[in-house]
Design a protein around this ligand. Structure first.
Ligand code: GLC
Length: 739
């Protein structure tokens, strides 16, 4: 009997379905054992495809031979089933046939372009943001992409920094919620599904605090600020399962992030136990020498691998130096093996060893082009991203049967400028971008006369179009002006010292406002702009960011009341550049101004009020909302208890509408000075006109914690203020004690 049993078990175990499938870790180890040192280093090497996309390209003729020789582990800027399949075939000619990873900057959409991330953040709609990334991942994964270099989660408090457009603004709490939502959207049901991509959280870390708002500039900050404000969105993204993270270009306290052991080895890999891929930013391994932290690329490679950077994007420092460093005993092969295993693990998780062409499927790619549901989602998120800043005389919403509209400004008929920076160009997509002119035309009655006059360009000194524009304004019932930044005026390497509208757009606004006609002003930009006095004289101001493929329809929905705007600013708007960096969650100082007036011997300027032009969380509606006084269930709370706070919000206007109710706290006295406000809750509610709703929040000890001066995450007894309101400035106040 035993012999029969042994025979049966032996036979059966030879069938794959019964053989104990190896775990991914076992499969990774079995490949690693076969690899030469050169092949291992090849996996740590990533090149871009051959076009200028996000950085100077190194033209390297034998790139394809390097792929065939197993000297490359990944590529970026290679898109489409055809191209990815073609290049993957080269990898299959290598000795071990290790498939390539294809990465892409899918920052706010792939085929369907959504509003820029800063605009999306203005929606405060986490579900809509997650859905947008779900769609982006589905479209990208159908076109051969395995890996998205997003979400960018850099907290940004300085609008001079061009990459503020790419993140979620100034607040850590909102930024952390959005970071997690984006990762869930990208990775969906998990890496390996053909509608999911690996998320890559970037840029680690504190990139948004570049001195002077100058991109790539040094960052100097206390570790307390780093932990309190800049790291939490990364942790939230990793807790949501992000499979990779990208080093930032900047140095942090004198040490380049790519070589920063404290950031990558200590915090990320040791404390946070991160097991995914750490990829450098474009050439940032080589940048370590340029920072003056290494004498040459060999020392730079040494610093980066020791710090925990697994993959070298485009610098070739690993390819050219790592083998020698291992042979010299300066780099233990275990460090190389750890990096290789992280990369191979993701390739196994994606299923690429079983099918290298799994994501290169022509039918799936074709099915993901111009999907109506995706287009509808883009329109939905675009309209939710629009922020109503002013509506004097209630000029908005406009009637669809208005007699005549003058449509003036360089953005009225702009096409690609609606897509903003980091949008992906497709040869056949212009027809799918809805211009603001068409969006308005789609809304009004056939009898409405549209008088179009461009008036000026975005960024030159030509005023020859002013006269015709003024004539159009004079002839119309209402003027709609659309102005802003060109799509390459915010984004990477796009820091600005002057945050005004470029060119002669301000002068054009002055001429049009001077006609005395009702003026609705649409402002399209990748960042907060500084407003000229003439802009304030427009009746209505709508901040439309760069809204993506459906810009025109979304703007039409809002202008004509098919959607009541509900956007709230995720970043403070300065009165002048001189106020930057400006943010709501600042410390009180020992000389706090008693009111928003110019005074002496208080923290402020002698020539300008302290308050921002528009505060964090600000955004109007066509309706109005009133808030009752706060009701706190108790006035004292022990650490294991909770505080229940409620407020009644009433729609006191004439339109049904959405309101984002915001909850802030202030720790009045602690072992380290705490901000005058910190966002700790938000609730989006919909109220029909005249209706009221009781909105409740619950605070627990976890919400009151902070990093003390020993970097311990603690709560401390004492008085807390709590604020609930429609923005960070306009709030109802209460207080309680933590015992
Ligand atoms: C860029 C950006 C980074 C991007 C990478 C690849 O320089 O800093 O965000 O993912 O290069 O394009």
């Amino acid at each position: 009997m035993n012999k029969l049993l042994f025979f049966l078990v032996t036979c059966l175990s030879s069938f794959p379905v019964f053989a104990q499938r190896k775990t991914i870790s076992q499969r990774v180890d079995s490949v690693l054992r076969l690899m030469t040192l050169d092949e291992k280093i090849g996996q740590l090497n990533q090149y871009s495809g051959d076009w200028e996309h996000t950085g100077p390209i190194t033209k390297d003729g034998d790139k394809q031979n390097q792929i065939r020789n197993g000297q490359l582990g990944s590529m970026l800027n290679v898109m489409g089933v055809e191209h990815t399949r073609e290049i993957q075939k080269m990898a299959m000619q290598s000795r071990l046939k290790i498939p390539l990873l294809f990465g892409q900057d899918v920052i706010h959409g792939f085929r369907t372009t959504f509003p820029i991330p800063l605009g999306q953040a203005a929606s405060w709609d986490l579900k809509a943001i997650e859905s947008a990334e779900r769609i982006a991942a589905t479209e990208a994964a159908a076109s051969g992409i395995h890996w998205s270099f997003a979400p960018m989660v850099d907290i940004a408090r300085d609008a001079r920094w061009g990459r503020v457009m790419e993140g979620s603004g100034e607040d850590t709490y909102l930024g952390s919620l959005i970071a997690a939502a984006r990762v869930k959207g990208f990775q969906g049901k998990g890496i390996g599904n053909t509608d999911a991509v690996i998320a890559c959280v970037k840029h680690f870390a504190a990139y948004g605090a570049a001195i002077g708002g100058r991109d790539y500039n040094s960052v100097d900050m206390s570790l307390n600020t780093l932990w309190q404000y800049y790291l939490p969105p990364f942790k939230a993204a990793l807790d949501a399962g992000a499979g990779s993270i990208m080093n930032s270009f900047n140095s942090l306290n004198g040490i380049p992030a790519t070589a920063n052991k404290y950031l990558v080895r200590n915090i990320l890999k040791d404390q946070w136990k991160f097991k995914g891929i750490v990829v450098s930013d474009w050439g940032s391994v080589g940048g370590i020498a340029r920072h003056g932290y290494a004498a040459d690329n060999k020392e730079a490679a040494l610093a980066a691998i020791l710090a925990g950077c697994d993959m070298d994007m485009e610098s070739r420092c690993y390819k050219d130096n790592l083998a020698q460093l291992v042979k010299e005993g300066k780099v233990n092969i275990s460090l190389v093996d750890d990096a290789v295993k992280r990369i191979l693990t993701k390739k196994f998780e994606l299923g690429l060893f079983d099918d290298p062409y799994k994501f290169s499927n022509t039918e799936r790619e074709a099915a993901q082009k111009f999907v109506p549901a995706h287009i509808e989602a883009a329109r939905d998120l675009a309209k939710k991203s629009i922020v109503l800043l002013q509506n004097n005389g209630k000029v908005l919403p406009l009637s669809k049967s208005v007699g005549s509209l003058a449509l003036i400004g360089p953005f009225i008929k702009a096409v690609r400028d609606n897509l903003g920076f980091w949008s992906i160009e497709w040869p056949d997509d212009s027809s799918t971008i809805i211009t603001q002119y068409d969006g308005i035309k789609n809304k009004v009655s056939p009898a409405t006369q549209l008088l179009y006059a461009k008036g000026c360009n975005i960024n030159d000194r030509d005023t020859s179009g002013f006269a015709a524009a003024v004539e159009s304004a004079k002839a119309a019932d209402v003027v709609i002006m659309s102005v802003g930044e060109a799509r390459d005026m915010s984004g990477e390497a796009k820091s600005r010292s002057n945050l005004h509208l470029p060119g002669v757009q301000q002068e054009l606004i002055k001429a049009i406002v001077g006609t005395g006609k009702p003026v609705v002003l649409l402002i399209n930009a990748g960042r907060p702009l500084v407003f000229s006095p003439e802009m304030d004289k427009a009746n209505s101001l709508l901040y439309t960011w760069w809204l993506g493929s459906q810009a025109g329809n979304a703007i039409g929905d809002v202008l004509f009341g098919d959607y009541n705007p509900a956007g709230k600013l995720p970043i403070s708007f300065p009165r002048t550049e001189g106020q930057e960096p400006i943010y709501y969650n600042h410390l009180n100082t020992g000389h706090a101004a008693a009111s928003d007036t110019i005074a002496f011997y208080v923290t402020g300027y002698i020539d300008l009020r302290n308050s921002p032009k528009y505060p964090f969380g600000y955004g109007l509606s066509y309706s109005t909302f009133s808030y009752s006084e706060l009701l706190l269930e108790t006035k004292e709370m022990r650490k294991n208890e909770q505080i229940h706070i409620s407020v009644t919000v009433t729609n006191t206007g004439n339109f049904d509408g959405e309101e984002t109710v915001q909850l802030y706290i202030r720790d009045m006295a602690a072992s380290i000075a705490r901000p005058v406000k910190e966002l700790k809750g938000l609730q989006k509610i919909f109220l029909k006109k005249g209706d009221s709703k009781r909105v409740s929040f619950v605070l627990s000890e976890a919400d009151l914690k902070f990093y003390n001066d020993q970097l311990k995450y603690v709560s401390e007894p004492g008085e807390f203020k709590v604020f609930v309101g429609t923005n960070s400035d306009d709030v109802k106040e209460g207080s309680f004690r933590l015992l």
